[in-house]
Design a protein around this ligand. Structure first.
Ligand code: ADP
Length: 181
């Protein structure tokens, strides 16, 4: 567990399972259909139950780099923010911008719904193939920038699945240095 203060908010890293988080919202690494899939998407739909899928169906999809919000169903979190990251090809197909947008639009939804705490998985770094360290830099930088301008979001927690992912995020955050905060 690692915790830093950014403005009036807290950014924290934990190793664990995002479906168990008690934040106001958890973010899903969804695909454009919003109809569920493998990885964290499958886990969130299994834990959230039919209400989440039903709301996703009504929304009818989401473009890459955007996000949509549903209720949390059976989850502890009241909401699920479904964010669509890019399928990683070679880094020259706007992957960095699209990953940045996925985080930013998720935070915008949280802010508009007056949510004070949000948990993110490492969007894009599973089936979509985004290299973990590059994704961690984008994820942490984008959240930091956002929190500086949006103190109404009190807490953002990255929930990293497994020690390897956790260590990468920890190293990137540690190497950011104090001027980063
Ligand atoms: P994407 O299609 O965006 O790559 P994936 O679900 O395949 O999404 O993977 C995104 C990240 O989520 C991966 O690093 C994966 O290890 C992680 N992950 C998988 N299950 C969970 C979970 N239950 N909680 C948190 N992270 C998870």
């Amino acid at each position: 567990m690692m915790k830093v203060t950014i403005g009036r908010s807290i950014l924290e890293l934990v190793e664990g399972d995002i479906t168990l988080q008690d934040t106001d919202a958890i973010v899903n690494a969804a695909n454009t259909t919003l109809l569920g899939g493998g990885g964290v998407d499958g886990a969130i739909h299994r834990a959230g139950g039919p209400q989440v899928l039903e709301e996703c169906r009504k929304i009818g999809g989401c473009p890459t780099g955007e996000a949509r919000i549903t209720a949390g169903g059976c989850l502890k979190a009241r909401y699920v923010i479904h964010a669509v990251g890019p399928v990683y090809k070679d880094g020259r197909h706007r992957e960095p911008e699209l990953l940045t947008d996925a985080y930013r639009t998720s935070l915008d939804l949280a802010s508009r719904h007056k949510l004070e705490s949000v948990a993110f998985p490492s969007i894009g770094t599973g089936a979509y193939g985004y290299p973990m360290e590059a994704a961690a830099r984008i994820a942490l930088t984008t959240v930091r920038e956002y929190l500086k301008g949006h103190p109404e979001i009190r807490r953002v927690r990255f929930v990293l699945f497994g020690e390897t992912a956790y260590k990468v995020y920890e190293r990137v955050l540690q190497s950011a240095g104090p001027e980063w905060l």
